[in-house]
Design a protein around this ligand. Structure first.
Ligand code: N01
Length: 540
């Protein structure tokens, strides 16, 4: 592709894509190889992988089963890769993403170690002007963010944090060389998906591990293990069916939820079904009955089952009590699966500290001081999550028409149309953006649908000689209502401490961040909008 420049002398592209994870790679393939656009990916990291490039913490593994955690748009690509375990570990996922990038010859159009520091819409020129940390200025007609939903780390601003004499790390920005816990007293703050994965692995190596828990979480055994040759063959022979299932189910996972209702099923039968699901393990546990996220009493049945399992596993009754002192209904925060998390508390070198009843007050040079005790530490691991979904977009410092910052438009929470575009920000597309199914689904499925929709939209614009697209006010407002209605129809909004509601970041507006109506329904809505000549968008 020949190099182009705009009138200000900046390198100019048809499309700039920010991020080289699953989303950025597939978007580049769609725009460059299907539409023939001059496209470039800008990536802050030194390699492909996005969240998996940065999240190298001990125990980092995907919760989606490996045969569903990959691209399905190309059967050859799908069949050309073989996963080794039921849930892929971080290094294997990075190898997979490199396999995709190499097979599709994508790396030559990815600019690594390039952090975008701002992006501003130039209305007169009809293009996006993008600045990088290294001082480079680029421009493009289309700007696509592929920055992931969980890439802006939430490091708690605890007094004294930076006076800690030992090493502290956030799990989302883990050193490539790893952290050696041998002989160390380790403090782990946070018990979400990440803390639950890291706990048993750190416990194996550290002299002592203290887990600081603010909110207890439900978790179900993952039951990871190597894939059998029969299963690998089954996956290759049924690639098409697996893809169909993922595209037509609520969550984008390679299974359909049961259509059973809790209170139409006798109690002993429910217990048997939950026991079977527990033994099978994995996220599919929550799909044993169809009503656990909409019926409070049905949810109490499953919550009680999980609570009993934890109580049976954890030997110390006081620790078990702290681990089951739930403040939310089952699965209303991101459901967790684990490998020997609760068992880790039976080890002599692991202790649980409840920082809800006795909050962390400060970090000193030697450890963590809570309201009722001091814990001497050599290493602190913050598994404290992310400024989810909106955070990665807001830190790009995006300015739309008239220089309006995105953060002003989203002051009271995100406003989008279909989670794909924002009014006042022409030609900006947000892959798995706020108010799309994003974090409620299996990510590669959501990413494929978004990247294809964006690519089809740009193809349509090119074919029709159109240069700009942005949402209409009414359509965006109606979509906001649809998103709220979908969330309010579930128990998801009752989890007061959920990052789905932005509750984990001080000062973040309270708004449900994703479309909860299901991936299959969302796919239909987006297809319908496109079929109706991009209804709700203004194209000029
Ligand atoms: O983060 P989280 P995460 N003092 O926000 C606590 C995805 N993921 O990194 O609940 C003390 O869930 C906080 O407490 P509370 C997945 O979507 C996927 O674990 O706010 N504690 C909570 O316990 C997941 O949901 C995979 O009261 C503080 C924890 O830190 C998302 O990433 C693996 C605190 C944060 O939990 C985020 O998961 C891992 C403070 N000041 C993650 N601030 C796989 O697919 C926060 N906490 C495998």
């Amino acid at each position: 592709m020949t190099k182009q420049q705009d009138t200000s002398g900046s390198d100019h592209f048809d499309a700039l894509i920010i991020g080289a994870g699953f989303a950025g790679l597939y978007q580049l393939h769609c725009l460059r190889d299907k539409l023939g656009l001059n496209a470039r990916v800008l990536e802050a990291g030194g390699g492909v992988g996005g969240t998996w490039y940065w999240n190298r913490y001990p125990g980092a593994r995907c919760d989606t089963e490996s045969h569903g955690y990959c691209f399905t748009f190309s059967e050859a690509l799908y069949k050309g890769w073989e996963w080794s375990e039921r849930y892929p570990e971080q290094p294997e996922i990075v190898r997979y993403i490199n396999y995709v990038a190499d097979e599709l010859d994508l790396k030559r159009h990815i600019q690594f170690e390039t952090r975008v520091t701002s992006a501003a819409w130039d209305d007169a020129a009809g293009l996006w002007r993008v600045e990088t940390e290294a001082g480079e200025s680029l421009s493009a007609q289309f700007l696509v963010t592929a920055v992931g939903c969980l890439s802006a780390a939430n490091v708690p601003d605890i007094p004294g944090r930076d006076s800690f004499a030992g090493e502290w790390r956030h799990t989302g920005n883990w050193p490539h060389e790893g952290v050696d816990f041998t002989g160390k007293r380790v403090g782990l703050v946070g018990t979400g998906s990440t803390g639950v994965q890291a706990t048993p692995v750190i416990a194996e190596q550290a002299a002592h591990l203290t887990v600081f828990q603010r909110t207890p979480n439900y978790s179900v055994p993952a039951r990871n293990g190597p894939l059998t040759p029969e299963f690998k063959r089954h996956v290759k022979e049924n690639a098409g069916d697996i893809r169909d299932t993922m595209q037509n189910t609520l969550s984008g996972h390679p299974w359909f939820p049961s259509d059973r209702r809790t209170h139409e099923t006798p109690a002993d039968e429910r217990e048997r079904l939950y026991q079977e699901a527990w033994e099978r393990g994995g996220l599919q546990f929550r799909a044993t009955f169809q009503d656990i996220l909409v019926d409070k009493q049905a949810n109490e049945v499953v919550a009680d089952f999980v609570k009993r399992k934890i109580e049976e596993t954890v030997k110390d009754p006081e620790t078990a009590r702290k681990l089951t002192n739930f403040d939310h209904a089952y699965s209303t925060k991101r459901p967790i699966i684990d490998t020997h998390y609760f068992e880790a508390y039976n080890r002599d070198n692991v202790a649980l500290v409840d920082v809800r009843s006795a909050p962390i007050q400060e970090i000193t040079a030697d450890g963590i001081q809570t309201a009722d005790a001091f814990y001497p530490l050599d290493v602190i691991v913050f598994a404290t999550g992310y400024d989810g979904v909106t955070g990665p977009l807001l830190r790009l410092d995006i300015k739309g028409r008239d220089g309006t910052p995105l953060k002003d438009v989203w002051e009271a929470g995100p406003k989008t149309y279909l989670g794909l575009q924002v009014e006042g920000f022409p030609n900006l597309f947000t892959i798995t953006g706020p108010q799309s199914p994003s974090v409620l689904t299996n990510m590669p499925v959501a990413i494929e649908q978004h990247a294809e929709w964006i690519s089809d939209c740009i193809a349509h614009m090119r074919a029709e000689g159109l240069e700009r697209i942005e949402p209409q006010s009414d359509a965006a407002a109606a979509w906001g209502q649809t998103v709220n209605d979908a969330a309010n129809a579930t128990l998801l909004v009752t989890a007061e401490t959920s990052w789905y509601l932005g509750a984990n970041v001080p000062g973040k507006p309270r708004a449900f961040l994703a479309y909860a109506g299901g991936m299959a329904r969302y796919r239909e809505i987006c297809a319908d909008v496109a079929a109706k000549n991009y209804e709700g968008f203004t194209l000029a």
